[in-house]
Structure formats: structure tokens, C-alpha cells
Design a protein around this ligand. Structure first.
Ligand code: ATP
Length: 212
């Protein structure tokens, strides 16, 4: 059985940066994903209040991915007025697109906190997970049983099942973070190496992150 795979990439994207774009492009290529949906989070359950508004984060994602075929932005979490749990977001995507096999893409820094997520065990049975390396973070050793039991050697193995697999993917290390960018803007650091030109211009013209 050879199933098509679709990616979901959630984040605060405050702002979206090259660490997101380069790593997810590499994942899309290596795993041959049909599309990747970028889903900005509205009220992130696990982190502080973001610096840009939801609308501004959405606009930055939209302009950043404009040149990437196969990437799109999905604003379903921003349209809700309650906290956006990944479990609910994925369920809603699956209801809109029955029969599609989804892979939730995230950095290892986020995945190591999975056990704190709402209905995380159900989520493991709802999608596949693709874990990207992130400088400064490592998978725990030994791995928890639920992780090692579901671990697969490569993305092609994910095509044999509708959900429930975990694959770790090597991507070129990209040490940028949104925190560093927000801090950099407030301190007059040149952020051009970290964001696309369009996002840098957007940050400038909207005076974002001046007081981080
Ligand atoms: P912040 O610094 O504000 O916490 P961030 O840079 O981690 O933000 P998020 O929008 O919170 O960005 O991240 C969304 C997803 O992207 C997460 O799964 C995170 O692990 C992943 N990610 C972010 N930056 C990188 C990077 N440089 N390399 C690999 N994965 C990344």
C-alpha cells in the first residue's frame, strides 16, 4: 500500500523564520509530502502570550511561504475563540479531508514535551509524527516505551499505516529561534540572516517587537 502523506506544521510563528522554512522544506523533500499546512496557534496552551497579533502572525506566515510550492497556511486555530489543542485541530482537518494520512511535523524540543499535551496518547493514534533535530536539544535516552514502540526507520514506512508512527529526520541544523529574532529587533540587531526579506520588511513597517 502506498499512501500519500500530508504534513501539518503548527507553531506560534512569532515570527516565522528560516529555521522553520528550511527544516520543513527538507522534511517535505525527504518524506515526499504532498503538501504541508502551516497552522499558526491562537492561544498556545504551553507558552507565553506572543508579541505580534494573531492577524500579524498569520500575515507573516502567508508572505513567508508564498514562494514555496506545496506549503499553505491554514487559519483554523485563529478562527476559534477557545484554546487550540492540537488534538482538536487535527480532528477538524481530518473531518474536512477524510481519508488523508497526516504527519505532524515538529522540532525535538517540542516533541519531548508531548506528554503534557491535551489527549497526547489519543494524538499518537491520530497522526504520524515527524521529529526534526534542533540545535541544543536531544531525544531522551532511553526513549520512553511509547516512543520506541512506534519508532520507524524512515518516512516510507509511514505509508504502510494510517497513523501511529514516529520518525526522526535529520535536517541541516538551523540554530535560529523566534525569541532571538524578537530580542534582536528590540536591540537593533540585523535579523536578515534569520527571516525572509518579506518578513523582515513586514516587521519593520509594522514596528513589531520594539519592546521585547
Ligand atoms: P520561540 O523562540 O518564540 O519559542 P520558535 O522559534 O521555537 O519560537 P515556534 O513557532 O514556537 O518557533 O516553533 C514551531 C515549531 O517549529 C516547533 O515544533 C519547533 O520545535 C520548530 N522549530 C522552530 N525553530 C526551529 C529550528 N531552528 N529548527 C528546527 N525546528 C524548529
Amino acid at each position: 500500500m502506498t499512501e500519500l502523506l500530508y504534513g501539518i506544521f503548527g507553531g506560534t510563528f512569532d515570527p516565522i523564520h528560516k529555521g522553520h522554512l528550511n527544516t520543513v522544506s527538507s522534511v517535505r523533500k525527504q518524506c515526499n509530502l504532498e503538501r504541508v499546512h502551516f497552522i499558526p496557534a491562537s492561544i498556545p496552551p504551553h507558552r507565553d502570550i506572543p508579541g505580534a497579533t494573531a492577524q500579524q502572525r498569520l500575515e507573516m506566515v502567508t508572505i513567508a511561504i508564498a514562494g514555496y510550492p506545496g506549503f499553505d497556511v491554514d487559519d483554523r486555530e485563529l478562527r476559534r475563540d477557545t484554546p487550540s489543542y492540537t488534538f482538536d485541530t487535527v480532528k477538524s482537518l481530518q473531518e474536512d479531508n477524510p481519508g488523508r494520512n497526516y504527519c505532524f511535523i515538529l522540532g525535538v524540543d517540542a516533541f519531548v514535551g508531548l506528554e503534557k499535551w491535551y489527549r497526547w496518547r489519543d494524538l499518537l493514534d491520530q497522526v504520524h509524527f515527524i521529529i526534526m533535530q534542533r540545535p541544543g536539544w536531544q531525544a531522551p535516552s532511553p526513549l520512553p516505551i511509547w516512543w520506541s514502540e512506534r519508532r520507524m526507520s524512515d518516512c516510507d514506512k509511514l505509508r504502510d499505516k494510517a497513523c501511529g508512527g514516529i520518525v526522526e529526520i535529520e535536517v541541516e541544523p538551523n540554530p535560529v529561534s523566534a525569541t532571538e529574532i524578537r530580542y534582536g529587533v528590540a536591540n537593533n540587531v540585523d535579523i536578515s540572516p534569520m527571516v525572509t526579506d518579506a518578513v523582515r520588511n513586514y516587521i519593520c513597517s509594522n514596528n513589531l517587537y520594539q519592546n521585547e
